[in-house]
Design a protein around this ligand. Structure first.
Ligand code: DGL
Length: 269
């Protein structure tokens, strides 16, 4: 038993797709979440900047004595995953678990990947999947506007702007006839109904946040590191209110009293 919290971080709201699944599979764990809302998005930035931000986020979580860090961000997992080697605690990223799940799910060996520009340019999901099965055809598309739409709470299934944006971003995947799509940015599960509506019922969507949470649960269970307490604390680097209102919708419960603002720049670089 290890009662120290799990540390989870993302550039903003996206990592809540990991929290949502952790709430289901590990309700008794204590969790510290950091959303870098003052610096979102990460996915359009240079590798140097993403690595610097990731190190600061990890340092903040370590200051809360976490037992495990989950990079609940496809961009950090793709570009700054190597920072795991600098950490004194185990690290779970989102790419490998989602890649494994997609390779398992496809029946036609045609898989689509949606992510940020940094993630798509890194080919992280593509390479991870080709490692498991070199026969795959992988079609990728960067969808940076999805991040902003989610951060602004434009997540209703019939939101005209988000639906129109999805139609445009998903066109190459529809044309390529993929049967499986990785939501390779953790923000995207927040609009998975819209993405599902555009792709059609026969296409399987792989939620990278959910897969990372399942990987974390398996790690903690097999290493006898499960804890107890069930406390959730959320930290952000800009206004509490804008995060808290959309986060409460995404998580299905009011978390406003559990959100605090911090100065992430005080955590080095
Ligand atoms: N949620 C993140 C990801 O999974 C980051 C999105 C962004 O900040 O651009 O890539």
């Amino acid at each position: 038993m290890d009662k120290r919290p799990i540390g989870v971080f993302d550039s903003g709201l996206g990592g809540l797709s990991v929290i949502k699944e952790l709430n289901r599979v590990l309700p008794d764990e204590n969790i510290i979440y950091f959303g870098d809302t003052g610096r979102v998005p990460y996915g359009t930035r240079s590798a140097e900047t993403i690595v610097k931000y990731a190190r600061q986020d990890e340092k903040f979580l370590l200051s809360h004595d976490v037992k495990l860090i989950i990079a609940a961000c496809g961009t950090v997992s793709s570009v700054a995953g190597f920072t795991a080697n600098e950490l004194p605690v185990p690290f779970i990223e989102v790419v490998t678990p989602a890649a494994k799940a997609a390779v398992k799910a496809t029946k036609t060996n045609r898989i689509g990947v949606l992510g940020t520009a940094a993630t798509v340019n890194s080919n992280s999901y593509k390479n991870a999947m080709l490692n498991f099965n070199p026969e795959l055809t992988v079609v990728q598309n960067a969808c940076p506007l999805f991040v902003q739409l989610v951060e602004n709470g434009w997540i209703d299934r019939d939101d005209e702007v988000t639906v129109a944006t999805a139609k445009r971003y998903l066109k190459p995947l529809c044309e390529a006839g993929v049967d499986t799509v990785i939501l390779g940015c953790t923000h995207f599960p927040a609009i998975k109904e819209i993405i599902g509506d555009v792709m059609g019922d026969s296409v399987t969507l792989i939620n990278s946040g959910e897969q990372a949470a399942l990987a974390a649960a398996e790690y903690l269970t097999t290493n006898y590191l499960l804890g107890e307490g069930g406390r959730r604390r959320y930290f952000v680097s800009d206004r509490v209110q804008s995060f808290a209102s959309t986060a409460s919708i995404l998580l299905g419960s009011d978390i406003e009293d559990d959100v605090e603002m911090i100065n992430i720049d005080s955590f080095g670089g």
